[in-house]
Write a protein that binds this ligand. Structure first.
Ligand SMILES: Nc1ncnc2c1ncn2[C@@H]1O[C@H](COP(=O)(O)OP(=O)(O)OP(=O)(O)O)[C@@H](O)[C@H]1O
Ligand SMILES: [Mg+2]
Length: 251
């Protein structure tokens, strides 16, 4: 499904991604973890086309997508939610979702003569219902709670019907209740099938409870990969985390 091979990216002297190769099988749910500044968000920026790698390949269903624009990559089926939600703060939830559909898919869909406006309505409502946002359809995005803003950000990716969903810290900044709800939502989405999910997450309870495979980045390098038990007991991982105050204090 999605495979990155020998991916590299530096910012000046900072090596954010150092020869990283990872395979994300179709239908898997994996986590990318690592201390602050390990290169997790950069890794997503490379896959989603927000940044271009210095070298390496990103293979989606057999096709190297390096060099495609971020919009083309979305159209290929890679959706993404952000560490800090990227919303149109003055639009309502429904308007945001319909706007995302039209702006991303509009031109190509018009060319093919399908996808009337009513379908943007139906797709937007299907996603809102799936994510528990339907009662907030007419709320201005900027007025949503933090948790609902994160949900909407994920909805903006999902409304485009991605094959791969990249989630950058989906429960960051949430209280316990919102967090539990978000985890269940992500898990249910994935269990429905058809979606390959990759999440970046600092909360180890979340990571260990839902991920099949965990990939650990540290200073841009892939330090370890395995299931929850393998990662928990990996000495290199333990050392990397104990050296990081945020992790040592459970943040
Ligand atoms: N656009 C950029 N320009 C310059 N340096 C960058 C840029 N993006 C990331 N970096 C640097 O690359 C390194 C990796 O950053 P990245 O944001 O990928 O880490 P992260 O693992 O997502 O961290 P966090 O857990 O804090 O979100 C850091 O040293 C960061 O300062
Ligand atoms: Mg990050």
């Amino acid at each position: 499904m999605l495979r990155v091979e020998h991916l590299r990216k530096s910012f000046g002297g900072v090596v954010a991604t150092a020869d990283v190769s990872i395979d994300f099988p179709a239908g898997s749910l994996s986590a990318v973890i690592g201390p602050n500044g390990a290169g997790k968000t950069t890794f997503f920026n490379l896959i989603s086309g927000a940044l271009k790698p210095d070298s390496g390949q990103i293979i989606l269903n057999g096709e190297n997508i390096v060099g495609l624009s971020d919009t083309e990559i979305v159209r290929k089926g890679i959706g993404r939610a952000f560490q800090v939600a990227k919303l149109f703060k003055s639009l309502t939830v429904e308007e945001s979702l319909r706007g995302a559909l039209l702006s991303t898919l509009g031109r190509s869909l018009q060319m093919h003569g399908r996808f009337p406006l009513v379908q943007t309505h139906d797709r937007a409502w299907a996603i809102m219902e799936q994510l528990g946002l339907a009662s907030k359809a007419h709320v201005i995005s900027g007025n949503l709670s933090h948790g609902d803003q994160k949900l909407l950000d994920m909805a903006l990716a999902l409304v485009l019907e991605p094959k791969v969903l990249l989630l950058d810290e989906p429960v960051a900044g949430m209280g316990p209740e919102e967090r539990e709800q978000m985890i269940q939502t992500v898990h249910a989405l994935w269990k429905k099938g058809g979606l390959t999910v990759v999440l970046i997450e600092h909360d180890m309870d979340v990571v260990f409870s839902i991920s099949q495979t965990i990939h650990v980045l540290c200073y841009g390098k892939l330090l370890a990969q395995g299931n929850a038990d393998e990662i928990r007991n990996n000495p290199a991982v333990i050392e990397a985390y104990l050296g990081t105050p945020r992790e040592a204090h459970g943040g």
